[in-house]
Design a protein around this ligand. Structure first.
Ligand code: NAD
Ligand code: MG
Length: 386
């Protein structure tokens, strides 16, 4: 029996890697639904290639174009937010959640409430609705499999062990393109420089997050919710080679790590085939050729985003949602050339300063806090820029 797969965010970096794995193991996987934000041309091509039964474009104005492009196939076409949820809850064995940002929240929650196995790349969904998401997974019998390489590494290290035997999680971070750049240089950093990640090829937003270390901050929050471990027992370790993808320390002092070349197809494949493993084309690790691996503590002076994320996790309530929303708006402004690279963390810090709201009790409340924060941050940036 082939495993039926839904790919939310099929046109993105994670989506394409997942499709590559499907095409390498056609006897194991069958794509039943694919979605994208606006690119109906790329989505139609993917739907034709995979023989998907449903293709959904989030942007309603692209629905007609998608329908025309898929004319003559037996693939159903839909558009808009509600249709994304239809794709997320379609009869399937696995949902790959690879939409970027808070836009993925409702579809991921819908898949969880339908009791699906969810391969979760969309870290913003866990950051903004971590408790709601893990509680719903338990209630509805859903399984959350982490795709983010660090969390996937931890998940692999935890296999077969008792949770009470874990003493610490250690998330590794490459340090991004500005790991050794002086503060003055970071002020002048351009979007092109920020996106040029030394080890990983990823979408634009997460690449900027890796450059500010906000990505590691979001991952800290993600890890805390996913594995039920508090902030004080999660460390961040700079490791420029991105070979050790994360580590788990146990009460007896043993430390387990997962290693591999930096290729997202490895963690994606682990989630897709779980609990089995499948072949991937990832380059084999040659430790003798690499010769040495380096580790260092992060510099929270030059990378305040990491400190802000830890503070937000410890503050709880609405703080992680505000952190994430302010960051999404600030990163988009930076990519549009409207603010400096170093302004991203300042914007997030200012957004957090005025906020101490309670934890949301529903996804609707998460969405509302997210929307209000975005408005507040946009107004704040307008006031600063004029
Ligand atoms: P990407 O920008 O390359 O792709 C994003 C996908 O989401 C696209 O298919 C896009 O069409 C879709 N999308 C964007 N906005 C949408 C909206 N409003 N409504 C519906 N669909 C929308 O991003 P990516 O790098 O593939 O990252 C996807 C997620 O995985 C992110 O949450 C990211 O943090 C996480 N992640 C990515 C990597 C990586 O290597 N790329 C690694 C770890 C985690
Ligand atoms: Mg990661």
């Amino acid at each position: 029996m082939r495993r039926k797969i839904v790919i939310l965010g099929a046109t993105g970096s994670i989506g394409k890697s997942a499709l590559d794995l499907v095409e390498r193991s056609p006897e194991r996987f069958e794509v039943v639904a694919v979605t994208a934000a606006t690119n109906s041309e790329a989505l139609a091509e993917i739907a034709r290639r995979t023989g998907a039964k449903l293709a959904v474009v989030a942007d309603e104005s692209r629905g007609g174009d998608l329908r025309t492009r898929l004319g003559g196939t037996d693939c159903s076409v839909a558009s808009g937010e509600v249709a994304l949820i239809e794709a997320a809850t379609m009869d399937a064995d696995l949902v790959i959640a690879a939409i970027v940002g808070c836009a993925g929240l409702r579809p991921v929650m819908a898949a969880v409430e339908a009791g699906r196995i969810v391969a979760l790349a969309n870290k913003e969904a866990l950051v903004t609705a971590g408790d709601l998401m893990t509680e719903a997974a338990e209630r509805h019998g859903a399984t959350l499999l982490p795709v983010d390489s660090e969390h996937n590494a931890i998940f692999q290290c935890l296999a077969g062990s008792r949770r009470e035997d874990v003493s610490r999680l250690i998330l590794t971070a490459s340090g991004g393109p500005f790991r050794t750049t002086a503060e003055a240089g970071m002020r002048e950093a351009t979007p092109a420089q920020a996106i040029a990640h030394p080890n990983w090829s990823m979408g634009a937003k997460i690449s900027v997050d890796s450059a500010t270390l906000m990505n590691k901050g979001l991952e800290l929050i993600e890890a805390s919710y996913l594995f039920g471990v508090p902030s004080k027992r999660i460390d961040v370790l700079i490791h420029p080679q991105s070979v050790v993808h994360s580590l788990v320390e146990f009460v007896d002092g043993s430390v387990l790590a997962q290693l591999g070349s930096p290729d997202m197809r490895v963690p994606i494949a682990y989630a897709m085939a779980w609990p089995e493993r499948i072949e991937t084309p990832a380059q084999r690790l040659d430790l003798a050729a690499i010769a040495s691996l380096d580790f260092a503590d992060p510099d929270t002076g030059r990378f305040p985003a990491l400190r802000l994320a830890r503070d937000a996790l410890e503050a709880g309530g609405s703080a992680p949602i505000v952190l994430n929303a302010a960051n999404e708006v600030a990163v988009a402004s930076f990519l549009a050339g409207a603010i400096r690279f170093t302004d991203i963390a300042s914007v997030v810090e200012r957004a957090l300063a005025g906020d101490g709201g309670p934890a949301p009790s529903s996804i609707g409340e998460v969405v509302e806090i997210d929307r209000n924060t975005r408005e507040r941050v946009r107004d704040m940036m307008k006031a600063v820029c004029t």
